[in-house]
Write a protein that binds this ligand. Structure first.
Ligand SMILES: Cc1cc2nc3c(=O)[nH]c(=O)nc-3n(C[C@H](O)[C@H](O)[C@H](O)COP(=O)(O)O)c2cc1C
Ligand SMILES: [Fe+2]
Ligand SMILES: [Fe+2]
Length: 395
């Protein structure tokens, strides 16, 4: 059901309680999600964004109850990704008088995704669209998180930034002050770490640009999760903090194991960290949700990675998380490697090479144990933990 967010501005989105994976199966969404879209009634009627195709029917039915579709003058596409554009083919057919509006890069992605002959009006940063009492201003936001991404700003201070500032979080109520704050923080951080972190530099400069424009911001209504109406700038401050990737004084141990030898080493490295009073978490990567680990890693001060040597390589779950660290552009972490082997023993060298590719300084030499770690190996593990803790505390 449509919800009036502000006078003549309606949320016309869909709550998806059952979503458990997003971007195919790339991203876990334990708490579901929402697809937020907005209807603005004025002298002119505008619709901002749509929903993922499986929800197109529900979305259009809800929209029909809120407005005569023939009266829609503009359909604004802030972002062409299918979770926001999926209802467009049907909507375009049902709204004969609507002008589609998107960024220049949006025209490119819509053409590539839908192969349709829609007449698109492209807009650039600063371009305005008067609706009557309200005026819209468009702000291109390339790589937050696609080249086509765009924000729409309403003259009464409401920002529609699409995917930026969102969370995959299905809730009974639509606003940030109506939900569990711990859950909200957890989902907003996981979303940032997994989706936006590679574009942290663009996030910082876009926020600077927005602050310099001095536009009023009374609410921030992202395209997923709850909408920020109570202290809306809190999420902007959080994004500045997350994008700067200042490391926290804590560590993260990541490991996989077949016969528990590498796990034994991980446990004792943890004891070394605790000896120096550094908090840490240890994850057995093969049995832990990959996206939850990524959320933990964004701001951790140290990453200590272990794997047995398997077929002259690393175990797949460890190789995968090392690949994530590189792809997501995580920064500012002390690092170290450990692992076991039986004969060829490449594990530590391979991990250290990947940590070097991430530009993480090695705060201690890696520890490698043949078969099951000996007492002497475990002494070296404990020492490794202590050294890492001191490096983090000194940083
Ligand atoms: C399927 C498999 C493949 C392995 N491949 C290698 C290898 O290529 N080179 C090597 O040095 N050790 C190899 N090993 C030996 C393991 O590294 C060794 O058993 C190690 O102690 C396992 O550590 P874990 O107790 O943490 O699982 C392999 C072991 C298994 C079970
Ligand atoms: Fe997106
Ligand atoms: Fe999205």
């Amino acid at each position: 059901m449509a919800i009036e967010v502000a006078k003549d501005l309606f949320w016309v989105g869909v709550v998806d309680w059952s979503l458990r994976h997003f971007h195919g199966h790339e991203l876990s969404t334990h708490r579901g999600s929402t697809y937020n879209c907005f209807l603005i009634k004025d002298e002119k009627t505008a619709l901002v964004d749509t929903v993922w195709a499986p929800f197109a029917g529900q979305y259009i039915q809800q929209l029909k109850a809120a407005v005569d579709l023939a009266r829609i003058d503009y359909i604004i596409v802030n972002h062409a990704e299918p979770d926001h554009s999926g209802a467009l083919p049907e909507l375009v057919r049902l709204c004969p008088n609507a002008q589609l509006i998107c960024s220049t890069r949006g025209a490119d992605s819509l053409a590539g995704l839908y192969h349709a002959d829609w007449k698109l009006q492209t807009v650039k940063t600063g371009q305005r669209l008067p609706l009557g009492r309200r005026q819209l201003t468009f702000i291109e936001a390339p790589m937050l998180h696609w080249p086509d991404s765009m924000f729409t700003h309403l003259s009464d201070g409401i920002l529609l930034p699409n995917d930026a500032f969102g969370q995959h979080y299905a809730t009974a109520f639509r606003f940030n002050d109506q939900v569990d704050q711990e859950e909200l923080h957890c989902e907003a951080l996981k979303y940032y770490a997994n989706i936006l972190a590679p574009f942290s530099a663009q996030v910082l400069s876009k926020i600077d640009e927005l602050l310099k424009l001095n536009l009023p911001v009374s609410m921030i209504l992202p395209s997923h999760g709850v909408m920020w109406r109570q202290d809306p700038l809190q999420i902007v401050r959080k994004y500045q903090e997350w994008a700067s990737q200042r490391p926290q004084k804590r560590a993260t141990i990541l490991y996989d194991t077949m016969w528990e030898g590498t796990r034994r080493m991980a446990d004792v490295i943890g004891e070394g960290l605790a000896d120096e009073q550094l908090p840490y978490k240890a994850y057995h990567t093969a049995v832990t949700d990959r996206n939850d680990v990524i959320a933990d890693l964004l701001l951790t001060g140290a990453v200590i990675v272990g794997s047995p040597t398997q077929n002259r390589g690393l175990m797949p779950s460890v190789a995968s998380v090392l690949e994530d660290l590189l792809r997501l552009g995580f920064k500012n972490k002390q690092a170290a490697a450990f692992g076991t082997y039986g004969w060829s023993g490449e594990c530590v060298k391979l991990i250290e090479e990947r940590l070097a590719a991430c530009k993480f300084p090695l705060a201690a030499p890696g520890v490698r144990a043949k078969w099951m770690p000996t007492d002497q190996d475990l002494v070296a593990c404990r020492e490794l933990g202590r050294k890492l803790a001191l490096a983090v505390q000194a940083g």
